[in-house]
Design a protein around this ligand. Structure first.
Ligand code: 2U9
Length: 358
């Protein structure tokens, strides 16, 4: 056997013996790398006589080709084997339960928001959202609350630093700016609810500086006070999960609605438990009214052609009423024991078909 044949056998043997791609790469470098066996021999061609080179050149090239092909073939085999091994060992049993077991719960505010969205969604309302930081116009002006209006003080507004032009942005004191923005961009009929965070500089037993509201707005050619009452009655029955609910509409005043009404629902205390729907006591749960013509105009619509009603309620408050949660401030303390006690399952989404609370 010639020296070259011996070298070829040795290299091909090492190729076949390589157990993984790293080992194979080492064999390749040893043969074809800069200082590899074959490369060194190639370099020696330069020192040979033309006759010697005529014989040795093609022999070396042939060897190089055969080794290259053997390396390719072995690489293919090793890759295939590695994939087979991964498929065999990394099997996932999709029938196993989720791990690690989840301890998180849905906050009562989120739960109630989802319930409210499910109820109004079923009545044909869509959900609208908007920025938390608003201009004076969207938070006040467009809602018929001019600069000197006392409602501005009642709203205890958080103002941002004055801008160069002297204007100040505000943290929205209600979700009403969302409805104005929707009116500007939507051709009636409009049927929306706007759930979200609101901010007022107010903090005591029943107020937190950040709280949650859901407001509703219906605008079309004929939306009436009767429609408003029907809508709110249907909402109360669905939300409190009762067949009948006593309701009282009290005249009130809001700059953005005329006439305006506050809505109470009947209730009673039975053995220290609040029962909602029947009884001789009243609980205030909502504010509402027919949208003021100035507000319709501010939204870019013509009050001689369209009309509508609006309502607003505090989500935190109705969550406390429905789920018997005594202290509002605990809502935002992130106390894990409280959250586990009052929280809801993260897999059951509220829906009217499956029940709001399962
Ligand atoms: C537009 C037109 C009218 C929204 C309304 C109320 C009455 C109301 C309070 C309930 C408890 C706020 O969270 S709370 O303190 N809200 O009483 N809100 S009517 O009226 C609108 C809104 C937007 C364009």
């Amino acid at each position: 056997m010639t020296d070259l044949e011996e070298l070829e056998q040795e290299i091909l043997g090492a190729v076949a013996a390589a157990e993984d791609e790293r080992g194979l790469e080492a064999v390749r470098l040893g043969a074809l790398g800069k200082k590899g066996w074959i490369s060194e021999r190639m370099k020696s061609l330069g020192t040979m006589s033309p006759e010697e080179r005529k014989e040795a050149g093609p022999a070396l090239n042939g060897l190089k080709d055969r080794v290259t092909r053997a390396l390719e073939a072995q690489r293919g085999i090793l890759r295939e084997a590695a994939l087979e091994e991964r498929l065999r060992t990394e099997r996932v049993d999709v029938t196993l339960p989720a791990r690690p077991e989840s301890f998180g719960t849905i906050h009562p505010v989120t739960q109630v928001m989802e319930e409210v969205i499910a109820i109004f969604g079923d009545m044909g309302f869509s959900v609208a959202e908007g920025p938390h930081i608003e201009t004076d116009w969207y938070n006040f002006g467009a809602l018929n609350i001019p600069p000197e209006h006392p409602a501005r003080q009642e709203h205890d507004t958080f103002y941002l630093r004055e801008k160069e032009d002297g204007s100040r942005m505000v943290l929205r004191t209600h979700t009403s700016p969302v409805q104005i923005r929707t009116m500007e961009g939507t051709k009636p009929p409009i049927r929306i609810i706007a759930p979200g965070r609101t901010f007022r500089s107010d903090s005591d037993q029943t107020h937190t500086p950040m709280f949650h509201q859901v407001e509703g707005l219906v605008i079309d050619e004929t939306a009436s006070l009767a429609n408003l009452k029907g809508t709110l009655e249907a909402f109360c029955k669905a939300f409190f999960e009762v067949d009948e609910v006593k309701m009282r509409f009290r005249p009130s005043y809001f700059p953005f609605t005329e006439p305006s009404m506050e809505v109470d629902i009947g209730c009673s205390w039975e053995g220290g438990e609040l029962k909602i729907g029947v009884g001789d006591s009243w609980l205030e749960i909502l504010g509402s009214g027919m949208v003021h013509p100035n507000v319709i105009r501010a939204g870019g619509l013509d009050p001689d052609k369209v009309q509508g009603f609006a309502f607003g309620m505090g989500i935190d408050r109705i969550a406390m009423l429905k789920y018997g949660i005594p202290d509002l401030r605990a809502f935002f303390e992130a106390d894990l024991r409280w959250l586990r006690h009052y929280g809801f399952s993260s897999v059951a989404m509220p829906s009217l078909a499956e029940g709001l609370t399962t």
